[in-house]
Design a protein around this ligand. Sequence first.
Ligand SMILES: Nc1ncnc2c1ncn2[C@@H]1O[C@H](COP(=O)(O)OP(=O)(O)O)[C@@H](O)[C@H]1O
Ligand code: SF4
Ligand SMILES: [Mg+2]
Length: 347
Amino acid sequence: MTAQAAQTGQPLLSVQNLNIQIKMDNGIMNAVDGVDFEIHKGKTLGLVGESGCGKSLTSRAIISINPKECETTGDIVYHSDSEASLNRLNLLSLHPNGKQIRSIRGRKIAMIFQEPMTAFSPMYTIGNQLMEAIRIHRTKNKKEAKKIALEMLAKVGISDQEKRFDQYPHEFSGGMRQRAMISMALSCNPEILIADEPTTALDVTIQAQVLELMKKLQSEFGMAILLVTHDLGIIAQMCDEVAVMYLGKIVEQAPVKEIFANAKHPYTKGLLKSMPRLGGDKTKRLDSIEGTVPIPINMPPMCGFYDRCSDRIEGVCNTNAVPKTRITDQHSVRCFLYSDRQEGAAQ
Ligand SMILES: Nc1ncnc2c1ncn2[C@@H]1O[C@H](COP(=O)(O)OP(=O)(O)O)[C@@H](O)[C@H]1O
Ligand code: SF4
Ligand SMILES: [Mg+2]
């Protein structure tokens, strides 16, 4: 158990050495490479990084919904908070379409996406689809399922629920569809909610409302959230802890306050510099990190950020795999600038 787990009790979910490889025409892509993190009851862990860093593959691996070309290894250990039979279950050892993972997916671990249309079929009414999820996981009774569905629509701030219940997804606005997807995800009272860029497609006002709603529902239901985003502003607003991902690896991890006050990794510092500030000069161009995320195919052992890093040490950073260094019990970083603090824990 890590020092962090010891402080906050047993994690609900523990991801250990997660690797996802994809066979490409020109070699093997290590899209996710040795990822470790824990998700705790009632807490929000943010997974942040630019597009293409492996955030979605990581989060989708938890409920086994990646396409079959993704070869996934490691451990994803789920400790159910409520069912002894599900305690210490390695989700990666389950058949990806088997009965056991299907009873966990949606019911115990729910997921919401950037584009709610992926969660709804255009063929059925919102109410029908909500009821179906509730009847699979909670109650067979039609009347009771409808009551729960209407309550959930009200909880996510959709008014005139009886009318909305009978409408089709295309009759909802983008913000309302996102609310409806959240209501569907939460209708089964999951222990963990995975939210992959849940507000990226929404305008700023609706985005703020949806984030507030997620926070409110979290305090009401006590669920844990894994929040995937490329936006550090959202991390600051929503998360307790943050894992910064770059090129398939977690390069820095710490409590949110610590990341904002004391970031170590040059990539994290770059992300922070490119963050818009409240009340800042809107005419001033933001610093963004130069260069783009490379594609990790046949990468030699080296730091993936090397080409973009102004602190790189030639002959060190481009010739060795970067070990994980602990700055404190709760703060770790993968960067040679700090590796002299290493205490024989290289991975
Ligand atoms: N099915 C796939 N086949 C090939 N490459 C993929 C597939 N899914 C994702 N990738 C690649 O894996 C990397 C990580 O993808 P993803 O997890 O979607 O990143 P993020 O969510 O951080 O933007 C990207 O380079 C992406 O192009
Ligand atoms: S390991 Fe080297 S290249 Fe990579 S982020 Fe640290 S200083 Fe930069
Ligand atoms: Mg993504």
